[in-house]
Write a protein that binds this ligand. Sequence first.
Ligand code: IMP
Ligand code: MG
Length: 198
Amino acid sequence: MQAETSAAVRKLDQDVERVLIDEASLKRRLAELGAAITTAYAGKDLLLIAVLKGSVLFLADLIRCIPIPHEIDFMATSSYGAGVQSSGVVRILKDLNKPIEGRHVLLVEDIIDSGHTLAYLSGLLAARNPASLQIVTLLDKPDRREVAIDVAWTGFSIPNEFVIGYGLDYDECYRNLPYIGILKPEVYSLSETGEPAE
Ligand code: IMP
Ligand code: MG
């Protein structure tokens, strides 16, 4: 009985074609990013703004590598939903809790793909008159860019493949994988409708 139950448990690892960035590499790179950010913002009123939900794991580990006073806040935008293609449409689902005027803002993203999300968000935040506005992204897919984005710090530039894990999802799943992996194409080709998902 017990054996039957555990055999039926679906392990997320089974859907991963290969690991692109392992845990040790993530840890090493975050320490480097944290050190660079610490130097850049020493003595400044720093506010990190993470874009939900994908950036949550990155933010949580990154701020432990930034040993200077700072605050965090969150925004949420519409995402791809169940699809893997950008719709190019950005919608604010959750705004910041406080004004950012006069503060040094660092926008924390999980991945830049087409660039539409960040282009929209940086425009919106810049209009609120922060003292400065910069971007740190864990991952960048430069081949996919449709809008130019000025990124201060990038964790890893990656090829044009759909990745999951370490916060990144496919259809809200796989965020808890401790590494960045490439999803087996059959996992999403089965459910892909071809419609631009939200
Ligand atoms: P952009 O507006 O096309 O730059 O899309 C950025 C957002 O799309 C990211 O914040 C992610 O939420 C999502 N995204 C883009 N590429 C991937 C991927 O390979 N895996 C998971 N989510 C992705
Ligand atoms: Mg995101």
